[in-house]
Design a protein around this ligand. Structure first.
Ligand SMILES: NC(=O)c1ccc[n+]([C@@H]2O[C@H](COP(=O)([O-])OP(=O)(O)OC[C@H]3O[C@@H](n4cnc5c(N)ncnc54)[C@H](OP(=O)(O)O)[C@@H]3O)[C@@H](O)[C@H]2O)c1
Length: 249
């Protein structure tokens, strides 16, 4: 049977949908988040974890590697979102995004390298976003965190490969689970996104953005970056005009 899957950010949204999918495929799944979901049926174990707490993060991964067989795949899905004017974003919300959306994945890389058995091969998935490739007003800091995540994941690959760790970068499209409020990009269902994401993760795909319309944005960003930014500026300006707001949970 294929190895265990650990999902960080598994209490709701894409992480939970993927946990349920893996479970239906007969895989053992360990979930992580600050708060557990009401229904833990998809999980062999659900572990309380705050990606913003470096010591607790390290200690938790240390304990799990000592208690369980090394997982084959760890999906880092944790994220929080502030949406609204950047001039109003509180310091607390700026930091929460940097911690959950970027530094948590860096901490995961460090903890896995430090605590996994030397012979184990582990694949890590960094969950990106279209906004990590082309930033969007009203989600400025979120976009920048995802850009940092993608840049880090690309550059850390070489060093971590020597530790038996492979890094994949997979980005879901805009989904229908009440995340950022943007009018423009087509919304995809959680079920559609979870199925494609799991398939790409299992296939060892190095870097992939789900959704043909989102990939078109990436192609445009390469050949006409100014034009593509203007499209995102329009989408973000509309959100700001409508007063779209969301604070990190
Ligand atoms: N939704 C979209 O349209 C969309 C589009 C592109 C990319 N993405 C990316 O796809 C991933 C999943 O998105 P989603 O919409 O499914 O997210 P979501 O429903 O908001 O769920 C986020 C998960 O992360 C956990 N989390 C947040 N802060 C954490 C922290 N400090 N430590 C540990 N866990 C934390 C949450 O649980 P707790 O709050 O209990 O900790 C929850 O389980 C994210 O990386 C997101 O950036 C989403």
């Amino acid at each position: 049977m294929a190895g265990e899957v650990w999902i960080i950010g598994a209490s709701k949204g894409l992480g939970l949908a993927m946990a349920e999918l893996f479970r239906r495929q007969g895989r053992s799944v360990v979930g992580f988040a600050r708060r557990p979901p009401a229904d833990r049926a998809a999980f062999a174990e659900f572990v309380g974890l705050d990606a913003a707490d470096p010591d607790a993060f390290d200690a938790t991964l240390h304990r799990l590697f000592a208690e369980r067989p090394a997982p084959e795949l760890i999906v880092y899905c944790a994220a929080c979102v502030y949406q609204g004017p950047i001039v109003d974003q509180p310091e607390r919300a700026l930091r929460a995004e940097v911690e959950a959306n970027y530094l948590g994945f860096v901490r995961l890389c460090q903890a896995v390298a430090a605590h996994k058995p030397a012979e184990a091969r582990v694949r890590l998935v960094a969950t990106g976003s279209t906004l990590g490739y082309v930033g969007c007003p009203s989600l400025d800091n979120y976009s920048a965190c995802k850009a940092a995540l993608i840049s880090f994941a690309r550059s850390a690959r070489r060093e971590l490969a020597a530790h038996g760790i492979a890094i994949q970068i997979l980005s879901p499209p805009h989904m229908d689970n009440g995340g950022a409020d943007l009018i423009g990009p087509r919304q995809f269902t959680l079920a559609w996104s979870a199925e494609r994401f799991v398939r790409a993760a299992e296939g060892g795909v190095r870097e992939h953005l789900l959704g043909a319309s989102n990939r078109l944005v990436l192609v445009l960003a390469r050949i006409a970056p100014g034009f593509t930014q203007r499209i995102m500026d329009g989408i973000g300006a509309d959100a700001l005009k409508r007063g779209a707001r969301r604070m990190p949970a």
